[in-house]
Structure formats: structure tokens, C-alpha cells
Write a protein that binds this ligand. Structure first.
Ligand SMILES: [Zn+2]
Length: 243
């Protein structure tokens, strides 16, 4: 296995790994969008919870006031009968007073109901708006989730397909070199670099002149002293090819 063959295999491996990495980054990005939507949905849930509690408490109060009104209306009926039955001026006046008091109590409660309705109108409208927003967002999320799941499945099948291909490439690289490749890739994201002019095209640091001369003379595989990436000489027109 010549160095030239090994360099070729390293380049193929790096190209494949870069492609998978780009796919994974894209997926992470999509998942980030998903996370953002879920967070927004959670905020709407919290808002709905608070607003519904406010509306619920108002409704309960309203209901109690209506029960009071019903009871008082019955009492009014009762007072009216008393008034009709009253035989003396005193009895009649007492019944009248009772009636007026009851009517005032009913009016107070009606006013209170009106006040509650006015106070909660904005919250009730808000609940409707939030519910509509929630529905739209849930649908968007469901659609995106389906989309992302399809992408994940596609990526996994791509990986499966290429996995065999990757193994074939890896077999063309000496195990020690491959282990180094994986170690550097794990640390740096990319494991190979090239030099065409005496600098590393990944970290842009100048190589020691002796190293550069050796790399130029024959197809050696070395490591960049600055970034530790596997480095070899590539004529300028090829140097930009990788990536
Ligand atoms: Zn370097």
C-alpha cells in the first residue's frame, strides 16, 4: 500500500465524513427549530393555564351571584304576596321596604356581574387568541416533526449505505494511521490537511522548512506540528479539492 494510495483513501474518507457531518449539523439545526417551537408551545400552555384559571374564577363568582339573584327573586315574589295580603298601612309599608331592599340587592348583584364581565372580557378574548395560536403552532410542530423524522430516517439509511463503503475505504488505510485519523477527527472535526506552499491549509501556520521540503520531495504522510492534523503535500490546484 503506497503512500499515494493511502493519501487517496484518506481524502475519500475525509470527504465522506465531511458529508455525514454536514448532514448531522443540518439535523441538529432542524432539531433546534423543533425545540424552539416546543418552547413557544409551552409558553402558550402556561398562558392558557393562567388565563383559564382567571376566567374560571370569574365564572364561579358569576354563578354564585346568579344563585343569589334567583333566591332574591323568590323572596321578592314572597314580599309581593305579603304586600297584597297586607291589611294595615304598617304591614304594607314594611312589605314595600322589604321589596325595595331586595330589589336593590338584586341590582347590586347585577352590577357586580356586569363588572366581572367587563373585567374579564379582555382575558376571555385572549384565551381565544391564544387557543388559535396554540392550534397553529401545534400543527406546525406536527408537520415539522414528521419532516425531521423523515430526514433522520433518510440520514440513517444513507449512513447504512455508506457504512459499507466507509469500511472498504478504511481497509485501505494502515490501522495506526486510521486510529490517528479518528482521534484527530474527534478533537478537530476534520483530520486531514494539505500544504502546497509551506503552510498548513487548515490552521494556516507555517510548517518547519525541513518538514515542508521532505513533504515536497516524496508523498509522505506527516502531522502538522501546530494543529496535529495529518498533512501531506498537494500541488496548489489539488489543495482546494478536499472539503
Ligand atoms: Zn495545521
Amino acid at each position: 500500500m503506497s503512500n499515494v494510495d493511502q493519501i487517496r483513501a484518506l481524502e475519500e474518507l475525509a470527504a465522506m465524513d465531511a458529508e455525514v457531518k454536514a448532514l448531522e449539523e443540518k439535523l441538529a439545526e432542524e432539531r433546534g427549530v423543533l425545540g424552539g417551537l416546543k418552547e413557544s408551545l409551552k409558553q402558550l400552555d402556561e398562558r392558557l393555564l393562567t388565563d383559564r384559571a382567571t376566567v374560571g374564577a370569574a365564572d364561579k363568582q358569576r354563578q354564585e351571584l346568579q344563585i343569589d339573584i334567583r333566591t332574591m327573586t323568590q323572596q321578592i315574589e314572597h314580599s309581593r304576596e305579603k304586600l297584597n295580603r297586607s291589611r294595615t298601612e304598617r304591614e304594607s309599608q314594611a312589605a314595600q321596604r322589604e321589596l325595595e331592599e331586595l330589589r336593590k340587592l338584586v341590582r347590586d348583584r347585577e352590577d357586580e356581574i356586569q363588572r366581572i364581565d367587563n373585567d374579564t372580557a379582555a382575558v376571555r378574548a385572549q384565551v381565544e387568541t391564544t387557543e388559535a395560536e396554540h392550534k397553529a403552532l401545534s400543527e406546525e410542530l406536527a408537520a415539522k416533526e414528521g419532516d425531521i423524522q423523515a430526514k433522520v430516517a433518510q440520514l440513517e439509511s444513507d449512513r447504512e449505505t455508506r457504512g459499507g463503503g466507509r469500511d472498504v475505504i478504511v481497509k485501505r488505510i494502515p490501522p495506526v494511521l486510521y486510529r490517528r485519523y479518528e482521534m484527530i477527527r474527534g478533537r478537530r472535526g476534520t483530520a486531514i490537511a494539505q500544504t502546497a506552499d509551506g503552510t498548513c491549509n487548515r490552521c494556516n501556520m507555517a510548517l518547519p522548512p525541513q518538514l515542508y521540503h521532505r513533504l515536497r520531495r516524496e508523498p509522505l504522510i506527516e502531522q502538522c506540528p501546530s494543529c496535529n492534523r495529518i498533512i501531506y503535500f498537494a500541488p496548489p490546484q489539488e489543495a482546494t479539492k478536499v472539503d
